[in-house]
Design a protein around this ligand. Sequence first.
Ligand code: SF4
Ligand code: SF4
Length: 96
Amino acid sequence: MTIKVEEKLFENRYRVDEGRAHIAIKAPEVCRDQCQLQSCTWCCPAGCYTKGDDGSVILSTDGCLECGTCRLLCSEHDNVEWSYPRGGYGVLYKFG
Ligand code: SF4
Ligand code: SF4
């Protein structure tokens, strides 16, 4: 049986901590003006980073899997402020 990543992601549950995003872009202008690869927009398994029409990058942490990939791939610009969500919030892995 073949299972798609999207189907597995759907099995997770996520509790949003309203107004307290656990990841932030430090300087949005760096994303727009200095980062050619914008790797966060294609590395995030949850699709939290998207490209804006003006070359900016938009981050929504809802659904974040807390994998840390975006922080690692942004090491060149060190432009991602990253922490785990508060206890009781964030992703809940229901099926492994
Ligand atoms: S990789 Fe870092 S600097 Fe580049 S677009 Fe993403 S957050 Fe911005
Ligand atoms: S920690 Fe992982 S899932 Fe969360 S925003 Fe970064 S790359 Fe996406």
